[in-house]
Design a protein around this ligand. Structure first.
Ligand code: NAP
Length: 285
């Protein structure tokens, strides 16, 4: 019988522990989230982040801008937040409107406050095997989830479907750094099923129905579903046909309730870790 990789349960456990630590502090960690435009999904994500931060004692603020904001204005705000000692972590909610250079904006964030780990300095550290100030939240959450269930990627064939800068690419590198043998697939990959069939751990981060048929899976393999989207009936689902695929896996993450809660847990952990790092630096310890 397959075991469910329960991200909700682990999120609650990790955040209960974090809250206990934060309760003991005089000064609280603080997260600033910049949201540009009116994208409904982005608004929900940002509000969920704020709610979770408040629940565990992290101060949080959402800074809203209209979609026609000028790039310079955003850069000015990020400079202000970088210089503000009461802000420990800065997140720019993606996607940004097309007239804004997202790399310029992300790289304006101080790497010490880059809670998503997306700046060139932090991703450079990750890709060269150094420790970034923060690891990207979704890949970090996936590794925390696998660790919780005693699943060690070392020596395993990990197949990642998706090569975005926020999930697929950093995840592939983090898996390599954990001594997995990694294959990355994408929309131009030929014979996807031939590759997925050889995976000990299969991770899908696409946002479409990708893994529908159990013949795409190795028996007793581990399936992590990152994708989240609404199907033709408006039902939230992942990349994986859960009912079908769970018949052959040893472990599987559900959608919702798998990777999503772990992403938010990682964001809170990253905020706390950046807070601690900045305090250590300012006290010279
Ligand atoms: P993205 O930037 O759109 O990337 C999607 C990736 O999937 C691309 O690399 C694309 O290939 C590949 N792809 C598209 N169609 C494919 C196909 N038929 N077969 C194989 N590969 C295919 O998306 P993302 O930001 O990484 O997010 C992916 C999914 O994860 C979305 O559903 C998103 O909502 C979800 N997500 C969830 C969480 C969470 O916390 N649960 C966090 C982040 C993202 P090309 O590069 O060739 O275009």
């Amino acid at each position: 019988m397959t075991i469910i990789l329960d991200g909700k349960k682990l999120r609650d456990k990790l955040l209960d522990g974090l809250k206990l630590k934060i309760d003991k502090l005089d000064k609280k960690p603080s997260l600033a989230v910049i949201l540009v435009g009116e994208d409904a999904a982005s608004k929900i994500y940002v509000n969920n982040k704020k709610k979770m931060a408040e629940k565990i004692g992290i101060n949080s603020q959402i800074i809203n801008y209209p979609s026609d904001i000028k790039e310079d204005k955003l850069l000015e705000k990020i400079e202000e937040l970088n210089a503000d000692d009461s802000v420990n972590a800065i997140l720019v909610q993606l996607p940004l409107p097309k007239h804004i250079d997202k790399f310029k904006i992300i790289n304006a964030i101080s790497p010490l406050k880059d809670v998503d780990g997306f700046t060139s300095e932090n991703s450079g550290k990750l890709f060269s095997g150094q420790k970034p100030y923060a690891y990207p939240c979704t890949p970090k959450g996936i590794l925390l989830l696998l660790d919780e269930y005693g699943i060690n990627p070392e020596g395993k064939h990990v197949v990642v479907i998706g090569r975005s800068n926020i999930v697929g690419k950093p995840l592939a590198v983090m898996m390599l750094n954990r001594n997995a043998t990694v294959t990355v697939c994408h929309s131009k990959t030929k014979n996807l099923a031939e590759i997925t069939k050889t995976a000990d751990i299969l991770i899908s981060a696409v946002g479409e129905k990708v893994i529908e048929d159990s013949s795409m899976m190795k028996v007793d393999s581990i399936m992590v579903d990152v994708g989240i989207f609404k199907d033709e009936n408006g039902k939230t689902r992942g990349d994986v046909n859960f009912d079908e695929i769970s018949k052959v896996t040893s472990y599987i993450s559900p959608v919702p309730g798998g990777v999503g809660p772990m992403t938010i847990a990682s964001l809170m952990i990253n905020t706390f870790e950046l807070f601690e790092l900045q305090n250590k630096r300012s006290s010279g310890t």
